[in-house]
Design a protein around this ligand. Structure first.
Ligand SMILES: C[S@@+](CC[C@H](N)C(=O)[O-])C[C@H]1O[C@@H](n2cnc3c(N)ncnc32)[C@H](O)[C@@H]1O
Length: 267
């Protein structure tokens, strides 16, 4: 991606690097190469509870590149209006994305020299439930700062989840859908029996505990705090609820993902 503005070699370079779901060993060789060619890392902190995630990113840098060869610039993520539900949900996300775009633009304009390259380290894969690419496009559209960017794919929490459970995402010639807890709480997706659920703060799977469904669940996958659980949802569901509540209490935050497999005996 490039913009026609200024001499090409003047244009700042940005890498959007997928860093995997939490384990520094999940960085690809391409990601490590991109890390090593980066002068400035931009890290957005979501506040006290998520500062563990900022530290995990810093640990990844320590694990793969010599200290002193780069700078880290931290900024505070704007608060998102999570109370906005129903039809208000999309505008709330739009406002939040624009607020983020203003911060990213300032970071790129003020912290990155013309000849330098910067990087945003994105959890999992940048293509999955992440707004970084949309935000960079929004900044380019504003036309106030010029840069070109590339994207390095990462191991998503979805890939990490099914690998840890040693299962696949789909069954033979079948479909799989990736969705959010918010959508699953409304209904089970039609025409598909294998559903991956992310961003679920309210354990939407509870609605389906009386159905013929297996659940494969994982929290903090790839990190030292990883917890896994699986089984028929009637039995594993209540166990997961307990594990989840205990972990949330202990750490103050949780990131979990799960696969629901309807009619599990059908291959
Ligand atoms: C904003 S999305 C980012 C997804 C990310 N781009 C990816 O590829 O995995 C955040 C959601 O990803 C999932 N997630 C990310 N990392 C995780 C991990 N280490 N363990 C379990 N779930 C994770 C959770 O469902 C969380 O709510």
């Amino acid at each position: 991606m490039s913009v026609a503005c200024g001499r090409l070699d003047d244009v700042r370079k940005i890498h959007v690097i997928g860093i995997g779901a939490g384990d520094p060993d999940q960085l690809t060789l391409q990601a490590v190469r991109a890390l090593r060619s980066t002068d400035v890392f931009f890290v957005l902190d979501k506040g006290e509870v998520k500062s563990d995630l900022t530290q995990l990113r810093r640990d990844m840098l320590d694990a793969h590149i010599p200290q002193g060869s780069y700078r880290v610039v931290e900024a505070r993520d704007p608060e998102r209006d999570r109370a906005a539900g129903g039809t208000a949900y999309s505008p709330a996300v739009g406002d939040w994305r624009s607020a983020r775009a203003a911060i990213y633009q300032r970071l790129i304009a003020e912290e990155l020299g013309d000849e330098e390259s910067g990087a945003f380290l994105v959890w999992g894969d940048p293509a999955l439930y992440d707004s970084t690419l949309g935000i960079l496009e929004e900044i380019l559209e504003r036309g106030e700062v010029a840069f070109e960017y590339d994207v390095v794919p990462g191991i998503s929490s979805v890939s990490a989840l099914v690998a840890r459970h040693r299962t696949g995402l789909n069954r033979v010639a079948g479909s799989v859908q990736i969705t959010t807890g918010r959508r699953l709480a409304e209904s089970f997706p039609e025409g598909v029996d294998d559903v991956v659920v992310m961003l679920d703060a309210h354990q939407a799977f509870r609605r389906y505990v009386d159905q013929d469904i297996d659940i494969y669940w994982g929290a903090y996958i790839g990190t030292p705090d990883e917890i896994l659980a699986s089984g028929p949802i009637a039995e594993a569901g209540p166990r997961i609820e307990r594990l989840r509540a205990e972990a949330r209490e202990r750490k103050g935050w949780i990131m979990d993902t799960y696969l629901l497999r309807r009619n599990p005996d059908r291959r």
